[in-house]
Design a protein around this ligand. Structure first.
Ligand code: SF4
Ligand code: SF4
Length: 456
């Protein structure tokens, strides 16, 4: 029987309209604006100044803490400015503006198509390369990958899980890389499992992606036959259910283990990385290519098929530029989302630029974005039934509206993964996600404040 996670979940329509669109390489624009905050943790510190000449792949900002990451230039050219610019949400963040001149890469980058399957033996050197190449988790969290691959003392990885679920409707970038870069993803998995001490690696893919399951299974079989270090890697077909790609949900589905409230995957012996992160690990370790590209889906019901795309982009490209290359923003688009319709964020500023974790430009129509009129809770329990974290959203809603912080914490609002299953299920159109998200931020600030003061 196919596995899935055990608590809650919903079944929104797939809408993978762009799934057959092959990855196209976006032409490089005349200038890019590269943010120093493309990862979870402290923004990186710029190490270039106005007038400097940079090559593609050169470090332009260094980590500013343990949880931080290197940022590299995605183009060659001249640094034009280093200063504030509005990001996706409209907040000011330091960006490095570079005027593009040619396409000169750092010398060590191997740009050939040759697949390198031999895995280096020195784990310390591998981790250093992953760090130096600025690899971060590309499943949404953008947590620095080298940190996740070093379990803390006393903790050990029993399983590396590769997230190929791509359970958000509309998004197809992971699907395309699983079809088009399957072997590289498997090499990345073999590298990470070696670093983690040789635990098994499971690539979890939902049943609605049979072609990806076929491609990844064939890649694993071929590498196991022809190269060393690939034993213990397998593909697991998962029953389709949202949000299967959530870290805790995927661990439950694959390993049958539950991560406790406020716990970490490594507490139950799991390390989860996205398939795109695995590809970035391959490029870093085997090809000396830093994380300066990723794949993004341009999609929406209001776009004709010929205007649906999966683009390989370089970091720092303005979203308005990508929209223009893709054929323009459709007149019917009432809202543009970065990420999927469930967990993605509305784009407040199309002059914002791509970051390592960019995954989509999703156009939603007015009809798709209009919310039903809110009415009183009828205590149907549908939100609690749908919540994959076992929370009671109707209760959290009540406590949040009454500012009852202790009750919110006691009822584990901090565990909310902001998946939107409650909002999706509520027949009374109560904006549960919006209310819970805001209150969760307040509760987490209270908990952090307490920890800083040394209280429990
Ligand atoms: S958004 Fe939070 S409360 Fe709502 S279903 Fe998801 S995890 Fe549960
Ligand atoms: S789904 Fe909506 S109406 Fe039903 S219990 Fe939850 S909040 Fe109330």
């Amino acid at each position: 029987m196919m596995k899935t996670f055990s608590i809650g979940g919903i079944h929104p329509s797939d809408s993978k309209i762009s799934k057959d669109c092959k990855i196209e390489v976006l032409p490089v624009p005349s200038k890019v604006f590269i943010s120093v905050a493309q990862h979870l943790g402290a923004p990186a510190t710029p190490v270039v100044k106005v007038g400097d000449q940079v090559k593609v792949g050169q470090v332009i900002a260094e980590p500013a803490g343990f949880i931080s990451a290197y940022v590299h230039s995605s183009v060659s050219g001249t640094v034009k400015s280093v200063g504030p610019r509005k990001d996706l949400a409209g907040n000011n963040m330091t960006h490095i503006e570079i005027d593009v001149e040619g396409d000169e890469w750092i010398e060590e980058a191997d740009l050939s198509d040759t697949l390198i399957t031999a895995i280096p033996e020195d784990n310390k050197a591998i981790l250093e390369k992953i760090k130096m190449c600025g690899v971060v988790g590309l499943g949404g969290a953008t947590f620095p990958a080298h940190v996740k691959l070093c379990p803390p003392p006393g903790k050990k990885a029993d399983c590396l899980i590769l997230n190929g679920a791509e359970c958000e409707p509309y998004l197809t970038s992971d699907y395309r890389i699983m079809l088009e870069r399957s072997k590289e993803i498997v090499v990345g998995a073999a590298i990470m499992k070696q670093v983690l001490g040789g635990c098994p690696a499971v690539i979890g893919i939902e049943e609605n992606k049979p072609e990806a399951i076929k491609a990844m299974t064939a890649a694993v079989a071929e590498l196991q036959k022809t190269a060393k270090g690939y034993d213990g890697i397998s593909v697991m077909t998962l029953k389709k259910k949202y949000p299967q790609g959530g870290e805790k949900q995927l661990i439950d589905a694959v390993m049958g283990r539950q991560v406790k409230s406020m716990g970490l995957p490594i507490d139950v012996g799991a390390v989860v990385q996205n398939v795109a992160t695995s590809l970035a690990v391959y490029e870093a370790v085997q090809k000396n290519i830093p994380l300066i590209t990723n794949v993004l889906t341009v999609t929406g019901d209001c776009l004709p098929l010929e205007k649906q795309h999966n683009y390989k982009f370089r970091i720092g490209m303005p979203l308005s530029y990508i929209a223009e290359v893709a054929g323009g923003v459709p007149a019917e688009a009432a809202k543009i989302i970065s990420g999927g319709p469930m967990m993605g964020k509305a784009i407040a500023n199309m002059d914002a630029t791509t970051v390592k974790g960019s995954s989509s430009l999703l156009y939603l129509t007015a009809e798709q974005t209009v919310r039903g009129v809110e009415s009183a809770c009828i205590r149907c329990g549908k939100c609690a039934e749908a919540c994959p974290m076992g929370l009671e959203p109707f209760l959290l809603n009540k406590y949040a509206r009454n500012n009852m912080m202790d009750e919110l914490e006691e009822n584990a609002i901090q565990d909310c993964i902001e998946c939107g299953c409650c909002l999706y299920s509520c027949p009374a159109n109560i904006p549960l996600l919006d209310i819970i998200r805001l209150a969760k931020g307040d509760v987490i600030r209270i908990i952090r404040g307490r920890v800083q003061q040394g209280k429990k």
